[in-house]
Design a protein around this ligand. Structure first.
Ligand SMILES: NC(=O)c1ccc[n+]([C@@H]2O[C@H](COP(=O)([O-])OP(=O)(O)OC[C@H]3O[C@@H](n4cnc5c(N)ncnc54)[C@H](OP(=O)(O)O)[C@@H]3O)[C@@H](O)[C@H]2O)c1
Length: 289
């Protein structure tokens, strides 16, 4: 709790930038954390259209913001505006966290940290075998993190071409869903697609057939493995529901979101994040359909 007038002229600002920026769950999570620790920080959300990104980022720096979460569609194009970046940002080609220090911008990828923090609570990663579904930004972050930890990773994606691009970039095996047969020997399965984040999935790919129509259940290996679903909008998704029934040890997308948010919180404020407070606040804003 704060025992001083708030906000005030010294209040530090952090924010999410994106386009559009509706349903920004980070807003509540960060502000609840600041309030719990009595920090003189305020978290905001700002819509910056793609054509105004460089100008918008510059304005934020002039305005004196301490840190920015970067969401769609800016995660790639923000890189060109950075003064410095971590090797993860360089390799993944996406940045979702910008720390502003003395007017200099340093880019991070907190999705890598969020995924690894959660997975490491469930299993050793070194020399484990993982299959990652998806080849977009989230998949690239998860693949990067797993490889850094010494995992063997194979990628499967609906669009084969995109899988191959990822495979080439990271030097790993990557295929279209048609190659998806038996991954029984794998220890970890990650849903890094956006399947589960929308109410309707008008799609006939093998993942949607499995999750929405119960077809080809044999393509998922059974029981007692570890799974991560990156989709964070809901308490449970079709993916987590299916795997829960098979005894999987599951990392939910909202847990990953809080873990990456905690990293940002600590980077921007220098204080240890009150993870439980942030998690409770986020859970209030989750959907369940
Ligand atoms: N929990 C967290 O902290 C966290 C962090 C980052 C992102 N996310 C979530 O991760 C998800 C993916 O984000 P992203 O940035 O990677 O998006 P993206 O770059 O647009 O990639 C989307 C991925 O999902 C696949 N996909 C979409 N619809 C599909 C369908 N109907 N069937 C099969 N595959 C489908 C795409 O396959 P194609 O290549 O075939 O189109 C692609 O691989 C989003 O829901 C996002 O909110 C969560």
């Amino acid at each position: 709790m704060r025992n001083y007038p708030f906000p005030n002229p010294e209040t530090k600002i952090c924010l999410t930038i994106g386009h559009p920026v509706d349903k920004q769950k980070s807003l509540y999570m960060h502000n609840a954390g600041y309030e719990a620790l009595g920090l003189n920080y305020l978290y905001l959300v700002r819509d910056i259209p793609p054509q105004q990104l460089a100008q918008g980022v510059n304005a934020m720096i002039q305005f004196g913001v301490s840190g920015m979460s970067v969401t769609m569609p800016h995660k790639v194009n923000i890189i060109a505006t950075l003064d410095e970046m971590t090797p993860a940002v360089e390799k993944i080609g996406a940045c979702n966290t910008v720390h502003v220090q003395e007017g200099k911008t340093i880019g991070y990828n907190s999705d890598v940290i969020g995924a690894l923090t959660c997975l490491k609570k469930k299993t050793e990663l070194k020399a484990r075998r993982a299959v990652v579904l998806g080849a977009g930004g989230a998949a690239r972050s998860v693949v990067y993190g797993l490889l850094e930890e010494g995992c063997e990773v194979v990628v499967l994606n609906r669009t084969q071409k995109k899988a191959q691009l990822l495979g080439n970039d990271f030097g790993i095996r990557a295929y279209g869903f048609e190659a998806w047969n038996d991954y029984r020997q794998y220890d970890i399965v990650v849903n890094a697609t956006s399947v589960g984040s929308r109410r309707e999935e008008d799609c006939t790919c093998r993942l949607c057939k499995l999750l929405y129509r119960g077809e080809e259940a044999n393509i998922l290996f059974d029981e007692n493995k570890v799974a991560l679903d990156v989709v964070f909008q809901r308490n449970q998704t079709e993916f987590t529901k299916l795997l829960q029934g098979k005894g999987y040890n599951i990392v939910y997308g909202h847990e990953m979101l809080v873990a990456q948010g905690a990293f940002q919180f600590e980077l921007f404020t220098g204080h240890q994040a009150p993870v439980e407070v942030m998690y409770t606040e986020l859970k209030k804003n989750l959907e369940s359909w």
